[in-house]
Design a protein around this ligand. Structure first.
Ligand code: NI
Length: 202
């Protein structure tokens, strides 16, 4: 059921699915790096930060970004991926890490309030920015960033859970999507791959 949902979501966005399919981690030599998109990825948004401030996507321009979409109640995958971003930032050359803004955008704004986001992010890298918003605002951002997310009622649980796609988006200061890191990409791999990006540009 879960797989079918994810598959049908990908079929709705075939171009994006092809982009994902053509990302082969074994074939990424340094200095031969082509962005996934030539234009800015996503679309402008205004959300609310984990500090309760209005936050515009334009506040991120000029910065590299590692963006992850998930939810704080996620039992396993989201914390693993956020920990992976944390480990990557800690292992990168500090001069490179300082240029990268990690961002966690909730797919579950109903439960992920400002306070819940703020408390949750204390578990991860201190530079993390958490973003939440109204259901309408979040739905728009999910559509613009090609994120699949759906509420799932599990009769064995007292609370609902969220089924969602899981990619780490590596975005450059011009807003172009450089990479989609997958769950099987390790922090070590991300460090090597991102270091190659910065080497190729200097
Ligand atoms: Ni999750």
């Amino acid at each position: 059921m879960k797989k079918m949902l994810i598959l049908s979501a990908l079929l709705l966005i075939p171009a994006f699915a092809i982009l994902i399919a053509t990302q082969n981690p074994e074939e990424k030599p340094a200095g031969n790096l082509v962005p996934v998109t030539q234009d800015a990825f996503g679309a402008p948004f205004t959300l609310t930060s984990h500090e309760g401030e209005k936050f515009r996507s334009s506040d991120l321009s000029g910065q590299y970004q590692l963006i992850y979409f998930g939810f704080t109640y996620c039992p396993a995958i989201c914390p693993t991926e956020l920990q992976k971003i944390t480990a990557t930032l800690n292992a990168l050359n500090p001069e490179i890490a300082a240029q990268i803004q990690p961002v966690f955008i909730t797919v579950d704004p109903e439960r992920d309030t400002v306070k819940v986001m703020r408390d949750y992010l204390t578990l991860f890298h201190p530079s993390f920015l958490g973003l939440t918003g109204t259901q309408e605002e979040i739905t728009q951002v999910l559509n613009d960033y090609k994120v699949y997310a759906a509420k799932v009622d599990d009769p064995s649980l007292t609370e609902y859970t969220m089924d969602h796609s899981s990619y780490i988006y590596f975005i450059d200061p011009e807003g172009r999507l450089l990479r989609l890191y997958k769950m099987e990409d390790t922090a070590d791999y991300m460090v090597r791959d991102m270091t190659d990006w910065f080497k190729a540009r200097t």
